[in-house]
Design a protein around this ligand. Sequence first.
Ligand code: NAG
Ligand code: NAG
Ligand code: NAG
Length: 673
Amino acid sequence: MAIVLQSLQLLIILSVSYICLAFAQNKNQFIYNGFLQANLQLDGSAKILPNGLLQLNSISTDQVGHAFYPLYFKFNTTSSSGLTPSLSFSTNFVFAMVPQLPKIGGHGITFFISPTKNFTNSTEYPLLGLFNFATIGNASNHILAIEIDAVQNRDVGDIDNNHVGIDLNSLQSIEAATAKYFSNKDGKNISLELLSGNLMHLWIDYDEAEKLLNVTLGPTTIPKPNRPLLSKHINLSQYLLENMYVGFSASSGTVGSDNYILGWSFNKSGQAQSLDVSKLPLLPQKGKTKVKTGLMIMISLIAVTLVLITIGGAAYILRRKKFEEIREDWEREYGPHRFTYKNLYKATKGFSDKELLGVGGFGKVYRGILPSSNILIAVKKVSHDSKQGMKEFVAEIISIGRLRHRNLVQLLGYCRRKGELLLVYDYMPNGSLDKFLYKNEKLNLNWFQRFRILRGVASSLLYLHEEWEQVVLHRDVKASNVLLDAELNGRLGDFGLAKLYDHDTDPKTTHLVGTVGYLAPELTRTGRATTCTDVFAFGAFMLEVACGRRPIELQGLPERVILVDCVFECWRKGAILDVCDPRLEGNYVKEEMELVLKLGLFCSHSMPTARPSMRQVMQFLDGDAKLPELPNDNACFGKKSEALEYLLSFPKSSGQGSAPSMFSTDSILKSGR
Ligand SMILES: *[C@@H]1O[C@H](CO)[C@@H](O)[C@H](O)[C@H]1NC(C)=O
Ligand SMILES: *[C@@H]1O[C@H](CO)[C@@H](O)[C@H](O)[C@H]1NC(C)=O
Ligand SMILES: *[C@@H]1O[C@H](CO)[C@@H](O)[C@H](O)[C@H]1NC(C)=O
């Protein structure tokens, strides 16, 4: 039992000493939240308890104790710099007077400033450990004291047995008041009982310029009250000497108290820091025998441990819940592409709005920094409700993750949670191309940059269609899905996502993938995506980049609504260059511009088989093949009807902002070629 108690005691000491960190001190100030690390000079009954409590005296009668800060401070110097008034000081401390019997105890505690640390002759009852009957009242004491007095000593004119007073060289207070504090909240004074055993906070501030000494009392549960308990004009230069010590004294009489100081802050050159009440040591349990106390501690410890375990468990469960993911066996083979939710959570600072890159039809995109590698990533948070097709989708996503092309936004991996899929991509510092083309928030791209972007995106589509092990359909080629890397290279992103989003709940309606304005006419009829429908969308994209216009714009003249019609009309009139983006201000390579516009028309052919393949598109762009003459036939490019038909099924606003993508549950990957 003894060993258990001892080790428990040790445990308490260790834990409390951990809490009671004293702060590094400079010459003019110090703060002790508990006194374990404090280098105080003690005498008499004063001692520092293992938990860091300063006990000035205990219940045993007729005890006097002192505690000093070991070094003196400069007060009352004639060579005052003028910057820091040499007599000003500020201090606050937390104390407790724990009486032997309720409301009966004594005598009290003082904070004092004294030229000496030698109080060996000041042990006589009942002079608070500051004086003896010979020295009391002598001006050569040079002592300022603030007494916290729980005994009414009529010899020195005490007002009652529950007061605070200002003493100079004597216990005859020059100013005293019954213990109370001003409640800022209630706007009135509330009385306090010194001998309650409760923690109390006392602030003492002296301003040399004002010659004003303020003493403010309050419970530790509130901040410093706005009004002091005592406020007294004193010319301290008449009392204090140059080198002065600061400290506490306490004495107890026939019926004693345990007088404690829990923390102390002092500043000679400014406002003293306020104590952190939460860091103060705890008062010992009162009125129990040692064994009972031990038992109490043990029971409390067990209780605390149980509570901690419960809290810890709850926190653990909450944490688990917070970072909960869905993993299934079949995903094991995709191990390396799987990110933990916790890491993504950390990377995006908890999916903070500050890291939000954009909000699209599929969900929000966040920027993040992977904690382990410091790699910048973009995390797309896609919500999905149904489990249906998820396995196939994730499998396809993983397949897509194996795609490698310098003009594709690299998919790094994914994470799956309930109702949520997170896709992790390379971060593209320059954002999406449409912002450069329309929004005027980014710089204008010159023709060289635009042409390079078109070639890059064309080569990535060629890779998807023909150069990888399987045919991959993008299904949603458009400017807002082309992202620009640091060197303004175009990178195709967002492939395959379309299929996750089951846009239409009516099973009779064809599920469509893509965006209005980029949809091939046969796609709107059959709902079947092919490489040809990707080529069609790429054609619209080419015209978009060359003309700096969306494929469909509802604003403006009716003949300008559909870009491809507009381009076709200009071509028919023999003035195809009229449609190119005015922001280019004529700075482009004429042949390239003409090629891009004509090729754009070519890709927009209403007959899928009449469109070039992506390989041919590449060859035309590279000048390796000559573009055939376009048929001068309105019907070939007349997609007015289909496009408008679809448009009308959307709210008007769809044509003005970025047109929404439409989605399908078909496979992204087209098996067999
Ligand atoms: C005050 O104290 C000084 C120094 O201890 C002593 O010389 C002096 O006589 C005392 N004065 C009185 C009135 O006791
Ligand atoms: C003392 O209290 C008075 C009244 O509240 C206040 O005006 C003054 O600034 C205080 N002085 C110091 C040094 O705290
Ligand atoms: C304060 O006391 C000193 C020393 O006795 C004196 O020189 C000074 O004039 C006093 N100041 C005031 C404002 O009374």
